[in-house]
Design a protein around this ligand. Structure first.
Ligand SMILES: [Cu+2]
Length: 201
């Protein structure tokens, strides 16, 4: 009779393994390691495509951080603004609405509504979804950014609120609207080139 390999494994090891596996799920404060992804597509240009991954980690102090890695090709060379916008919708790209900002003021509009006078309540770059520029060279770009302004897990900063969230990549550079002379329309990157709905894995 042929013995199966299982019969040679001691029951002690099997029960130890089972206990260890159970402990992983039972430990209080165990970081779940949530991840999410987004497929990036051009708003009007089908040659633009890319993807993003998001990974939530918890620091030793208990602060939730989300590591965002994004790659894209087909955009014009140079810097492009990247933000997390407030709705999980990309068709059309305007459906992504303003910048993700679940804070008490709820001002998600990124820049001055007019072309000349800055709006008094302009809130960029203080939205929770404001990120950094991506730099494109020879048609390809990638960025990595860690944010503690958003979470994948449930809570007040979560990207997965009632209507979800999307990435928007803009035509122009985000100047971060950080100068008094720079608070006019377009300082957060102007028109929208690409979009990707963020989906929890
Ligand atoms: Cu934006």
């Amino acid at each position: 009779m042929i013995e199966t390999p299982l019969k040679s494994v001691s029951p002690v090891w099997v029960s130890l393994f089972a206990a260890a596996a159970l402990a992983c799920f039972a430990l209080p404060g165990y970081a779940a390691g949530l991840t999410a992804t987004a497929d990036i597509k051009g708003c009007t240009d089908a040659n633009i495509s890319g993807n993003a991954t998001l990974t939530e980690e918890t620091t030793d102090e208990g602060i939730k951080e989300v590591i965002i890695q994004l790659s894209v090709e087909g955009l014009s060379d140079g810097k492009h603004a990247v933000h997390i916008h407030e709705s999980a919708a990309c068709e059309p790209c305007s459906a992504a609405q303003g910048h993700h900002d679940p804070g008490p003021f709820g001002v998600t509009r990124p820049d001055s509504a007019g072309n000349t006078a800055p709006a008094s309540d302009i809130n960029h770059p203080y939205h929770m979804g404001d990120l950094i520029n991506i730099e494109v060279k020879n048609g390809r770009g990638s960025m990595k950014h860690t944010s503690n302004r958003v979470t994948l897990s449930a809570g007040r900063l979560s990207l997965f609120d009632a209507d979800g969230s999307s990435f928007i990549i803009h035509t122009n550079e985000d100047t971060y609207c950080d100068q008094e002379s720079d608070l006019e329309k377009g300082c957060a990157g102007g028109p929208r080139d690409a979009c990707g709905v963020i989906k929890l894995n």
